[in-house]
Design a protein around this ligand. Structure first.
Ligand code: NAI
Ligand code: MG
Length: 494
């Protein structure tokens, strides 16, 4: 594999100094083909249904990946069961914790490789993978390593027993971080796992597989099976699985919920969102603008908790939108491996088509569309410039449905009651932001919002110690904090 980075032509900001290219050059080895991790070994699996994972910034194939069929999923579940009964559930919790610390340290040691690989496979800028995804993934392993031997104190008078074998299905927007969110609490609590990465972003999970082997995690404690929906469905339906944890679309979440109903399987779902950013006139406006940019544009809007609806107090709306547009004009879109890039590539051709279709629907329903960026995106690959949709209503499709792209709908309000009513007028309930100088207003608004998470004067802020999750159609169950342990244990009498 040639790891040389193609340096793009100098990026230009309209009216500003041109920036020299600043490519991240850490080499990362990409194998021509990837299989699966089963029973502590990297295995090939069947080769008749390989699929390609593509670099979104170029549209070119990065590697071929095998599809785990029902037989391979069965082997993975059997190996997880064997590891559960013979090793992992019997191991003193402090020993389990040591493995998690080891994994966390190895993620840190190989952090730049992971960041480069994530940026190439997912399309998000290196600044995000290097400064957010990878450090947070390590932090989750460190955090849950600490809980492994303290669960008896977390549930006084009771004993927290693991559930058994967990099937975990994750999406493509934060591939490594979602793997860490799922694996760390499950393993800390004494469960074993079969993990299914998303089919457009399997590569960091396979580098994590290498890390698990380097950490000498006992065979079968974590198994990784690649494939698309059919592989995920085989895992969901497998009778040997005790718990399913899923993050992804609301549509697939509904299918999984129906399949799990009536079985003994435990279930947690983390689904879509339609987050609102409520900006009161008394807010620190430049700070709020940064929060809005961070909330929807830095990850191409590929964020379940994205702040995709901007609710502006009417008196500041024109000024705020003008300032927001100026800020957007300074964003650099392009090569995810350039350290100056703010906005990367859309993850797949399918997602690109979805986002473009939503923009068209928005315009057809009467929205005024505005797009900006300091430079033109490259000709190859899948790109959508940061987009504002103004003049929209609560009833418009783009205000109601999750777009999962860099598209921000702009609405206004006159009173806090109107802001709260509009923010809550959605089937989702994952995250919201409130911007105001007055703490009392922040609290009264936050308490009235039907949302799993509310950020005050900030957005997309994460810490492993802080629980995250939704209400309503955004799902149920929490990840992060001690709350993230409860979905992986059964509390019983001593
Ligand atoms: P998806 O829900 O189809 O994919 C998520 C994961 O579920 C992947 O690993 C996929 O292989 C797996 N999967 C698909 N069908 C399955 C089934 N029947 N049984 C078990 N597993 C299955 O999401 P997709 O199609 O990639 O994106 C569609 C939309 O979903 C996006 O436009 C976005 O709106 C939303 N989405 C939300 C995410 C979130 O974090 N809440 C993440 C990804 C997508
Ligand atoms: Mg890919």
């Amino acid at each position: 594999m040639n790891n040389k980075v193609d340096v793009p032509p100098t990026l230009r900001i309209a009216g500003a100094l041109p920036l020299a290219p600043a490519p991240e050059t850490t080499p990362v080895r990409i194998h021509p083909r990837y299989g699966h991790l089963v029973g502590g070994r990297l295995v090939d699996g069947p080769t008749d249904a390989d699929f390609a994972t593509i670099e979104p910034a170029t549209g070119k194939v990065l590697a071929q990946v095998g599809t785990a069929d029902a037989a391979l999923v069965d082997a993975a579940v059997a190996s997880a069961r064997e590891a559960y009964t013979s090793v992992w559930s019997k191991m003193p919790p402090a020993e389990r914790g040591k493995y998690l610390y080891r994994i966390a340290r190895r993620i840190q040691e190989r952090s730049r490789e992971l960041a480069v690989l994530e940026s190439r496979d997912n399309g998000k800028p290196i600044r995000e993978t290097r400064d957010v995804d990878v450090p947070l993934a390590a932090a989750h392993f460190f955090y849950y390593a600490g809980w492994a031997d303290k669960l008896d104190y977390a549930a006084p008078g009771r004993v927290a027993r693991p559930l058994g074998v967990c099937g975990q299905i994750i999406p493509w927007n934060f591939p490594l971080l979602m793997a860490a969110w799922k694996l760390a609490p499950a393993l800390a609590a004494g469960n074993t796992v079969v993990l299914k990465p998303a089919e457009t972003t399997p590569l960091t999970a396979m580098l994590l597989a290498e890390i698990l082997l380097e950490a000498e995690l006992p065979p079968g404690v974590v198994n990784i099976v690649n494939g698309a929906g059919a592989t995920g469905a085989a895992l969901v339906k497998h009778p040997g699985v005790d718990k399913i944890a899923f993050t992804g679309s609301t549509e697939v979440g509904r299918i999984i919920r129906r399949q799990v109903a009536g079985t003994n399987k435990a279930l947690t779902l983390e689904l879509g969102g339609k987050g609102a950013q409520i900006v009161y006139a008394d807010a620190a406006l430049d700070q709020a603008i940064e929060g809005c940019i961070n909330g929807i544009f830095f990850n191409q809007g590929h964020v379940c908790c994205a702040g995709s609806r901007l609710l502006l107090e009417e008196s500041i709306a024109p000024d705020f939108v003008a300032r927001l547009k100026r800020r957007i004009e300074a964003l650099r879109i392009g090569d995810p491996l350039d350290k100056n890039t703010d906005v990367g590539a859309i993850n797949s051709a399918a997602q690109h088509a979805t986002v473009c279709r939503y923009i068209d629907v928005g315009v057809a329903e009467g929205a005024r569309m505005w797009q900006g960026a300091a430079n033109e995106p490259p000709a190859e690959g899948w790109w959508v410039k940061p987009t504002l949709l103004e003049g929209v209503d609560q009833t418009d499709t783009v205000v109601r449905e999750e777009i999962f792209g860099p598209v921000l709908s702009v609405l206004t309000f006159r009173t806090p009651e109107e802001a709260i009513r509009k923010a809550n007028d959605t089937e989702y309930g994952l995250a919201c932001g409130v911007w105001s100088e007055k703490t009392s207003k922040v609290f009264s608004t936050a308490h009235a919002l039907q949302s799993g998470v509310v950020w005050a004067n900030g957005y997309n802020l994460f810490d492993p110690a802080s629980p995250f999750g939704g209400v309503r159609h955004s799902g149920f169950g929490r990840e992060g904090g001690i709350h993230g342990i409860w979905p992986y244990v059964r509390l019983g009498e001593r």
